[in-house]
Design a protein around this ligand. Structure first.
Ligand code: PRT
Ligand code: ZN
Length: 300
C-alpha cells in the first residue's frame, strides 16, 4: 500500500496498552481501516485518513517532524520528549489538542519499604532509577535536589534489589507492581492519560478541514461517553428546581403537554452520570414519567 502525502496520517501505538483504545476511538469516529500485510500501516477505506502503527516513544517525533499530522500517545511520553528537547535547548513542534480519558497512570517516586523518606529532601545525593530521565531531572531541579539518575529502559522496579538505585521513578496505575517488589509510592511527579497531539506545521486547506472534522468527531465521541438523554414530566412551577438537579445539562427543552394543565415534558442531555439518587431527587421535586436513555452520537 502506498503512503500518500495528500492523506491525513495518524500515529498510533502498534502493540501495547494504548492500541485497542486508540483504534476503538477512531472507529467510533466513523473511520474504517484495512491493515497492511506488514501490520505497520492501516489504510482508511472511507476517508482520506491512514494510520501508522509504531512504538509509542516514536509518536511525538513523528508528529513533530511532520511525518504524521496527528498522534495518540500518553502524556508521560509527550512530557518526557518535551523536557528532553528543552534541556537540549530546543522545542517540540506539536500541540496537545485534548485528553482522551484512557491510559490513566502517574509517574511516581517509590522507595523500598524499609527506606527513610520524609519528603523530597530525602532524595538529596541519592541514586534514582528511571526510564523518564528528563522528567525526573526537571522535577529534581525544580526542587533544588542534586541526585544521580540511573537510566533503566524497563523493569525499573528491580533496580533497588540489584543495588543499582536507592529509589525508583516509574509509571504506576494499580500499584500492584510496586507492592510485588516491596516498594512504596512516596511522591507523584506527573499525572498522565492518553492525549491527541497535532503537528504545528501548516496543512493544506483540504487536509486541515479533515483534521478539524476528525477532532470534532473525537470530541463528540468523548462527550457522549458519559452523556445520557433524560425525559420527564413536571409542573412548570418546579422547572427551576428540576433544571438545577439535572447533572451537567444546559438548556433543557420544555414541551407543553396537551390536556395536562401546567405539566410540561422536559428533555435534556446530561453530560454527567445520572444516578438513582438523582432520579429520586427529581421525583421528590415533582417530576414523573422519568426515562433515561443512552446517547449514541453528538455534534456540537
Ligand atoms: O512497545 P512500546 O514502546 O510501544 O510500548 P511500551 O511497552 O513502552 O508501553 P506500554 O504499552 O506498556 O504503555 C503505553 C502507555 O500506557 C504508557 O506510555 C502510559 O501512557 C500508559 N500506561 C497506563 C502505562 C500504565 N498505565 C502502566 N501501568 N504504561 C505502563 N505501565 C506499567 C508501568 O511501567 C509498570 O511497569 O505497568 C506497571 C505498573 O502497573 P501497576 O498497575 O502494577 O501499577
Ligand atoms: Zn514505549
Amino acid at each position: 500500500m502506498e503512503i500518500s502525502e495528500q492523506r491525513i496520517k495518524i500515529a498510533v501505538q502498534k502493540t501495547g496498552r494504548l492500541t485497542d483504545h486508540s483504534l476503538d476511538l477512531l472507529e467510533r469516529c466513523g473511520l474504517k481501516f484495512i491493515q497492511s500485510k506488514d501490520q505497520l500501516f492501516c489504510y482508511g477505506e472511507n476517508m482520506p485518513v491512514d494510520l501508522l502503527l509504531v512504538r509509542d516513544d516514536d509518536i511525538p517525533g513523528l508528529v513533530s517532524e511532520d511525518v504524521c499530522d496527528l498522534g495518540i500517545v500518553g502524556q508521560n511520553i509527550v512530557e518526557e520528549k518535551r523536557f528532553a528537547l528543552e534541556q537540549a535547548g530546543s522545542t517540540a513542534c506539536y500541540d496537545q489538542v485534548f485528553e482522551l480519558d484512557f491510559g490513566h497512570c502517574r509517574l511516581s517516586l517509590a522507595a523500598p519499604e524499609n527506606a527513610e523518606f520524609s519528603g523530597v529532601d530525602s532524595l538529596q545525593g541519592k541514586r534514582i532509577a528511571t526510564s523518564y530521565v528528563a522528567t525526573l531531572q526537571d522535577y529534581l531541579s525544580r526542587n533544588s535536589i542534586e541526585a544521580e539518575t540511573v537510566y533503566f529502559s524497563g523493569a525499573v522496579e528491580i533496580a533497588p534489589r540489584l543495588g543499582k538505585a536507592d529509589f525508583i521513578c516509574d509509571l504506576v496505575s494499580s500499584g500492584a507492581t510496586l507492592t510485588a517488589n516491596h516498594l512504596t509510592e512516596v511522591e507523584t511527579i506527573l499525572e498522565s492519560e492518553a492525549v491527541i497531539i497535532q503537528t504545528r506545521e501548516p496543512l493544506s486547506d483540504e487536509k486541515q478541514e479533515w483534521v478539524n472534522r476528525i477532532l470534532q468527531r473525537l470530541d463528540g465521541v468523548l462527550q457522549v461517553r458519559e452523556s445520557k438523554y433524560i425525559m420527564l414530566h413536571a409542573p412548570r412551577s418546579a422547572l427551576d428546581e428540576i433544571s438545577a438537579l439535572l447533572p451537567g445539562s444546559e438548556y433543557p427543552t420544555i414541551i407543553p403537554l396537551d390536556g395536562q394543565g401546567d405539566r410540561v415534558a422536559v428533555h435534556a442531555v446530561c453530560k454527567e452520570s445520572i444516578f438513582w439518587e438523582t432520579l429520586e431527587n427529581l421525583k421528590a421535586a415533582g417530576a414523573s414519567s422519568l426515562l433515561v436513555l443512552p446517547v449514541e452520537k453528538m455534534l456540537a
